[in-house]
Design a binder for this molecule. Structure first.
Ligand SMILES: Nc1ncnc2c1ncn2[C@@H]1O[C@H](COP(=O)(O)OP(=O)(O)OP(=O)(O)O)[C@@H](O)[C@H]1O
Length: 331
């Protein structure tokens, strides 16, 4: 679907040169939600902007649907770009145009017939749940609504790929979740391939099936998100994984408890005692050691197949044994 081969990007200004990307190789399969994560200055924006050649690569090839974008002349590039939608951190809406006209804009540029525009825009408005805002101006919308307009506009020309440039960074956590869930549903229902750049592991955790970690303009690790989470191979990856203390929700079936073991409780075989004494099955979902003011605290996240009464008894037992308990899920 997307193949990036030996991509290098050097910015030159006078005698100054900044190498933003060095010999990047990666592959995004059709239907992937592919995350690219890195700290500020890692090269994320440069990379995503090279994918549709808003930024010219200095070296290397960018294949999208078996077309090498690097070889295309202006007219061909413009035609190919229609198949690559993009959304932005600051939404990039036209403030003097209504929501309807913002979404219609790419279709007007290609002289699409009026009736087709009307049908398509109404369909997209309904998809992003903004039908009642069609005649409103962007200044009258919340951040989340603005980004939904951005998504609808990006989808207007029925792209195969959607590039998301820090699309949720300006949004609060709840709105971020809503936008990510919209992207996931578009990915599923339309089969749209999505590439997301972000500095937040939460975004990767929430929707990306594959992830590449970018550091100093290079891909230092790449793989299935679940593997990268369970076995981060580099310091850069660990940094991002540590941002996360919760588990992917699809892993959570029974009651989920987070247990914190301090010095008083660390030596005891508490989990095996619970299994024996309460005759329950315990599934360990994750375990970490955190240091708080240089003191180690072991954290275990467990899943227990128990009813509400057993849960109360188990929490009581744990607390008596100096284990701090937080019930993460009780359904
Ligand atoms: N137009 C430009 N001219 C010169 N240098 C640039 C330009 N754009 C980016 N750079 C440099 O390239 C490197 C990578 O920048 P880039 O914006 O791609 O990183 P980023 O990971 O997206 O960072 P951020 O999260 O802060 O946006 C940085 O050192 C940056 O200063």
């Amino acid at each position: 679907m997307i193949r990036i081969e030996n991509l290098t990007k050097v910015y030159k200004k006078g005698r100054n040169e900044v190498t933003a990307l060095r010999d990047i190789n990666l592959r995004v399969e059709r239907g992937d939600i592919f995350g690219i994560i890195g700290l500020s200055g890692a090269g994320k924006s440069s990379l995503i902007r090279c994918i549709n050649r808003i930024e010219e690569p200095s070296e290397g090839d960018i294949w999208v649907n078996d077309v090498n974008l690097v070889t295309l002349k202006d007219a061909e590039l413009r035609a190919t770009r229609k198949k690559i939608g993009m959304i932005f951190q600051n939404f990039n809406l036209l403030h003097s145009k209504t929501v309807f006209e913002n979404i219609a804009f790419p279709l007007r540029l290609t002289n699409t017939p009026e009736q087709v525009i009307r049908d398509r825009v109404n369909e997209l408005l309904s998809l992003v749940e903004l039908s009642e805002k069609a005649q409103v101006y962007p200044s009258q919308l919340s951040g989340g609504q603005k980004q939904r307009v951005g998504i609808a506009r990006a989808l207007a020309s029925a792209p195969d790929v959607l590039l998301c440039d820090e699309a949720t960074s300006a949004l609060d956590p709840k709105t971020t979740k809503q936008i990510l869930s919209l992207l996931k549903s578009i990915n599923r229902t339309m089969g749209l391939t999505i590439v997301i750049i972000t500095h937040e592991m939460e975004v990767i955790k929430e929707i990306c099936n594959r992830v590449a970690i970018l550091e100093g303009g290079m891909v230092v690790e790449m793989g299935d998100t679940i593997d990268i989470f369970s076995k981060p191979g580099t310091e850069a990856t660990k940094h991002f994984v540590e941002q996360i203390h919760q588990l992917p929700t699809h892993l959570m079936n029974g009651k989920i408890l987070s247990l914190s073991f301090t010095e008083g409780s660390a030596g005891e075989p508490i989990i095996s005692r619970i299994i024996k004494d309460f005759d329950v099955e315990i599934n360990i979902l994750s375990g970490t050691i955190e240091y708080i003011q240089e003191k180690p605290i072991g954290k275990l996240i467990i899943e227990a197949a128990v009813d509400g009464h057993q849960l109360i008894d188990i929490v009581d037992y744990l607390e008596k044994n100096h284990v701090k308990v937080e019930v993460l899920k009780n359904e």
